[in-house]
Design a protein around this ligand. Structure first.
Ligand SMILES: Nc1nc2c(ncn2[C@@H]2O[C@H](COP(=O)(O)OP(=O)(O)OP(=O)(O)O)[C@@H](O)[C@H]2O)c(=O)[nH]1
Length: 335
């Protein structure tokens, strides 16, 4: 396998859940999701090794796509590709897009499932809601047939004494995402102290879903529509990416016209252009929502101020009326 690929064989221990499985063809899985959602930790749970760097820090940890492999006790090879956080698409980031498209180089035989990773520890953000949309833009409609939702941090549900159904009840957006991928979902607890048995069970459930995806797709893996790029040398692709990155800050039609026609029309440039358009539309939407929120806050503050003023005037009137009454009462006593 080529350029930048890191491959390790992680010999896993025998496990009662897995040892009696019949030998199956190798599978390639891609982890996609926003930064910090636990993609690398999930990859490590699948590989049963600390193969990917996984850390709880504010800055994105994974900067490049990486493929690592494990051999299961039944001899089946599982390849796992970790990708940089999709969150770094905001603001538009061609290098992240390019890295994610690089999956096509790492998985030339195609991919068997895309694991969309969400964390149960945090609420679904606007960026996360757009993950399926970004995937569709990058890989086309058929990617939906290969999606599996992975929820990490199952332990946080256990801590809060909430079931996954109760959690999903309160999140119609998650329900929509799940419906888009035929309700294929699996929960992961990736803590170091999570028992081996529990980890084996969750991996087995995931691999069962991968088999379901295989059957649904008539055993055809998802093949990237980038054959044109794949056949070109790394140097040429790198050169194109450099040009795409150079246009990041000033991506205008004017500058596009300086490009040679075949560069502008290359599949990679087209996909990047589409994703940039999509992300700037989402950014616009986010800004509009924020402005609307600020406006609503302003209106609420104004109303609050006005009603406070009215209350003050009423209080003063009340006080004056009370004083009047007291005066009259005193007059009565004197009489
Ligand atoms: N308690 C708990 N922590 C988890 C779980 N999954 C991941 N984490 C923690 O969440 C933090 C982020 O996990 P990563 O695996 O680095 O997340 P990532 O999506 O790969 O992040 P980037 O590489 O930045 O894109 C790490 O501290 C993990 O240990 C889980 O199931 N339970």
């Amino acid at each position: 396998m080529g350029g930048g690929l890191v491959e390790v064989d992680v010999q896993t221990g025998q496990d009662a859940c897995e040892s009696d499985l019949p030998m199956k063809p190798s599978r390639t899985l891609v982890l996609i999701g926003c930064s910090g959602n636990g993609k690398s930790a999930t990859g490590n749970s699948i590989l049963r090794s600390e193969a990917f760097k996984s850390k709880g820090q504010a800055a994105a940890v994974t900067k490049e796509c990486e493929l690592k492999s494990t051999k299961r006790p039944n001899g089946q090879i599982i390849n796992v590709i970790d990708t940089p956080g999709l969150f770094s698409l905001f603001p538009s980031n061609e290098s992240t897009i390019r890295e994610i498209l690089k999956c096509s180089h790492l998985a030339k035989e195609g991919i068997d499932a895309v694991l969309m990773v969400f964390s149960l520890r945090s609420r679904l953000t606007e960026e996360e809601k757009s993950v399926p949309f970004v995937l569709k833009t990058l890989f086309g409609d058929s990617i939906f047939d290969y999606l599996i939702v992975v929820f990490t941090n199952e332990d946080s549900l256990i801590d809060d004494n909430v079931t996954i159904n109760e959690y999903l009840e309160g999140s119609p957006d998650f329900k929509e995402i799940l419906a888009a991928c035929n309700n294929r979902m699996v929960l992961f607890e990736n803590r170091l102290r999570t028992s081996k048995r529990k980890k084996a069970k969750q991996v087995q459930k995931l691999l069962d879903l991968v088999e379901e995806v295989e059957r649904k797709n008539n055993n055809k893996p998802f093949l990237f529509d980038l054959s044109h790029e794949s056949m070109e040398s790394e140097a040429v692709v790198d050169e194109k990416a450099k040009k795409i990155r150079a246009m990041k800050s000033n991506y205008t039609k004017q500058e596009m016209s300086n490009w040679k026609e075949e560069e502008v029309n290359s599949p990679l440039a087209k996909k990047v252009e589409k994703v940039i358009e999509t992300t700037s539309l989402l950014e616009q939407k986010l800004n509009q929502e924020q402005n609307a929120r600020l406006e609503a806050e302003k209106r609420a503050n104004k109303l609050h101020e006005e009603s406070s003023e009215e209350i003050k005037i009423l209080k003063e009137k009340l006080e004056r009326a009370q004083k009047e009454l007291e005066k009259r009462d005193q007059g009565c006593i004197i009489l």
